[in-house]
Write a protein that binds this ligand. Structure first.
Ligand SMILES: [Zn+2]
Length: 172
């Protein structure tokens, strides 16, 4: 049995907040965020680009679905220091914890580890004449940013992520 849950996308913190509807299992907990995280992956994989356009702000769409990059030091989270979790701005999967965020000096939010080993998928990216590793949301395959091997211990990795690909949620 399915019910429809309405969520407000507020990652861009401007007046372009949009509403999106997700199917979720009626037996899950009352929390809207938890409900969203239980949505079947297929619900996202099978969304058309037109459907993504209606769910995301133009900036989110450009970055998440067209593999764009926001300007350094322009996003909401490069210097954000709150304690909590960073979710995928497209499907709300938890991607990173604030404990693994570090100051990289790059102007993009940087993390040395995803929330879980499989939260973030990686893929070889040879675009723009560079050999890079793309970071994608494990669930909805939206573009997040890139992973580099010049991060801090213990992983030595730097997940360089667009703010527009993330939505921060305070830990209560
Ligand atoms: Zn996602």
């Amino acid at each position: 049995m399915f019910v429809t849950v309405t969520l407000t996308l507020n990652g861009c913190s401007d007046s372009s907040a949009r509403r999106t509807q997700l199917k979720t299992d009626a037996s899950s907990t009352p929390s809207r965020m938890q409900d969203a995280s239980r949505v079947d992956a297929d619900d996202y994989i099978h969304l058309s680009e037109q459907e993504w356009r209606t769910r995301l702000s133009p900036e989110q769409y450009r970055i998440l679905r067209e593999k764009g990059t926001e300007r350094a030091f322009s996003g909401a989270y490069w210097n954000h220091k709150g304690q909590g979790v960073y979710r995928c701005a497209a499907c709300r999967l938890v991607l990173f914890n604030s404990e693994t965020k570090f100051k990289s000096g790059t102007g993009w939010p940087s993390f040395w580890k995803p929330a879980k080993d499989d939260s973030v998928q990686t893929k070889s990216d040879l675009s723009l004449g560079m050999r890079r590793t793309e970071a994608l949301c494990h669930r909805c395959k939206s573009h997040l940013g890139h992973v580099f091997d010049d991060g801090p211990a213990p992983t030595g990795l730097r997940y360089c992520i667009n703010s527009a690909s993330l939505i921060f949620e305070d830990r209560e």
